[in-house]
Structure formats: structure tokens, C-alpha cells
Design a protein around this ligand. Structure first.
Ligand code: FPP
Length: 241
């Protein structure tokens, strides 16, 4: 199957869904599914790197997820801190730049400390960027960009300078994904057909691939199917080819 893929997307993003259902099916609590999901994260990172995907972003925790029971939220935060720290050697070996995007103010201090250490350590790695979207939502992103523009305007007005021109490119530069190309492909697992407040601005022309596979079961072959499907799409960006 792999040999059919000619057009490798520059940026692949994954909405990792179905951990809870996977766990329940096996008679376990939801955290059991999140734990198993870490193995799928590892497999996806390695496969993306092997295929030459330049940017891989993973939707790990939405702003809305803060509304889940405390036990699940704190378990997930601890799991993520450990999973990230465990990948230190992988990032070095595969020359991966790691970072998180989202509302850091909401995250536990120890998780932010671990993340920031790894972000600094991997800053100059350049074979692949791994971006974990943590405490992220598309509306939050657009709002923070709009308020930053407001601040820039207020500063300009105070100094008697003209207000900075705003167009799609300059607005995109205020989003939290500044410098990262829009996703070419978004994969969503577990069969849900929703965008769930994810990358609302950035996904304007993204191709979607939805699989019934639950995230803890998602492996290389499933990733490959998504890439083959992407390869067969005709992207017109609203034009006539
Ligand atoms: C969605 O499944 C999944 C999450 C909210 C958490 C995903 C996080 C991980 C797999 C850990 C990632 C770790 C790193 C280092 C990136 P769900 O709980 O909404 O499942 P359900 O729809 O079946 O209830």
C-alpha cells in the first residue's frame, strides 16, 4: 500500500478520539484507554517521521475537556507529563522539534515545566515538528489573535501611528500556529464526523479523513490508508483546478 503514496502531505493533524469507548469495551475505566492511546501516539510519530511528514500535530486535550471529571483530567495531565518526558530520547534520535500549542495558563505547572524543558532542548531539531495541541480550541485561538490585534492597535494609536493593516496572512500570523502551515490532512478516529472546535481558521481547505478505528487501535496501516486517500484527492482550494 505504501508504494502508492506519491504526494506526502506537509502537515498532518490527528483528532485522537475513542479512548473512552475502547476502554469501556474492555471493561475498564476511561484512563485505561488514554494510557493505551500513548502507544498509538508513539507509533504515529515514528511513522510520520519515516514517511517524511514535516509537521504532525495531535489534538490531545481541548478547552472543553476541562469539564470532564477531576479524576480523568488529573490522570490525563499526569499521563501526558510522563509520556512527553519519556520521548526525550526519541526526539533526539529522530531530530524532532517538540512543542505544545494551547492555553498554557490552564495547565499544571509541572507539566508546563517538563514541556518547556523539552521545547528548549529540541528547538533546533529540524526533520519533523511534533505539535501537541493541549488545552486548545479553535475559537480560543481566534479570540486570542483578535485581542492581540486589539493591543497592537491600542499601542499604535497611543503613539500616533497608523493602525496595522489586517489581511488573512497578517491575521494568521497572530494565531497560535504562526509559522506552521495549515494542515493538509486532518485524520479523525472513532467515526465521529465533527470538527469539535479544532483549528477552525487553519482547516479552511484541509482534507478530512475519518476512520472508525478507535485511537488506541490506530497503527501504521491505518495511517497509511489515510495517506493513500489523501493522495487520491483533487485539491482545488475553491478554484476550478
Ligand atoms: C479522546 O478520546 C482522547 C483524549 C481526550 C485524550 C487523548 C490523549 C492521549 C492519547 C494522550 C496523548 C499523549 C501525548 C503525549 C500526546 P475520548 O476520551 O473522547 O474517547 P471517547 O470519545 O470514546 O469517550
Amino acid at each position: 500500500m505504501t508504494s502508492e503514496i506519491i504526494n506526502i502531505p506537509t502537515h498532518v493533524s490527528i483528532i485522537m478520539d475513542g479512548n473512552g469507548r475502547w476502554a469501556h469495551k474492555k471493561g475498564h475505566k476511561r484512563l485505561f484507554g488514554h494510557n493505551a492511546g500513548v502507544e498509538s501516539v508513539r507509533a504515529a510519530v515514528e511513522y510520520a517521521r519515516e514517511k517524511g511528514i514535516r509537521y504532525l500535530s495531535l489534538f490531545a486535550f481541548s478547552e472543553e475537556n476541562w469539564g470532564r471529571p477531576d479524576e480523568e483530567v488529573s490522570g490525563l495531565m499526569a499521563l501526558m507529563a510522563k509520556a512527553v518526558a519519556d520521548e526525550r530520547a526519541t526526539f533526539a534520535k529522530y531530530d524532532i522539534r517538540f512543542r505544545i500549542i494551547g492555553n498554557r495558563e490552564q495547565l499544571p505547572e509541572d507539566l508546563v515545566a517538563t514541556v518547556e524543558e523539552l521545547e528548549a532542548e529540541t528547538l533546533s531539531n529540524s526533520s519533523m515538528d511534533l505539535i501537541v495541541m493541549l488545552s486548545y480550541s479553535g475559537r480560543w485561538d481566534i479570540l486570542q489573535a483578535a485581542s492581540r490585534y486589539g493591543e497592537i492597535c491600542a499601542n499604535a494609536a497611543r503613539e500616533g501611528l497608523p493602525l496595522p493593516y489586517l489581511d488573512q496572512d497578517s491575521f494568521a500570523g497572530l494565531l497560535s500556529t504562526d509559522g506552521i502551515p495549515d494542515p493538509d490532512l486532518i485524520i479523525r478516529t472513532s467515526g465521529e464526523q465533527r470538527i469539535s472546535n479544532y483549528m477552525l481558521w487553519q482547516a479552511a481547505y484541509t482534507e478530512f479523513y475519518i476512520t472508525e478505528v478507535l485511537w488506541p487501535d490506530f497503527r501504521k496501516n491505518d495511517f497509511d490508508r489515510a495517506l493513500v486517500s489523501f493522495n487520491n484527492r483533487q485539491r482545488r482550494f475553491g478554484k476550478l483546478k
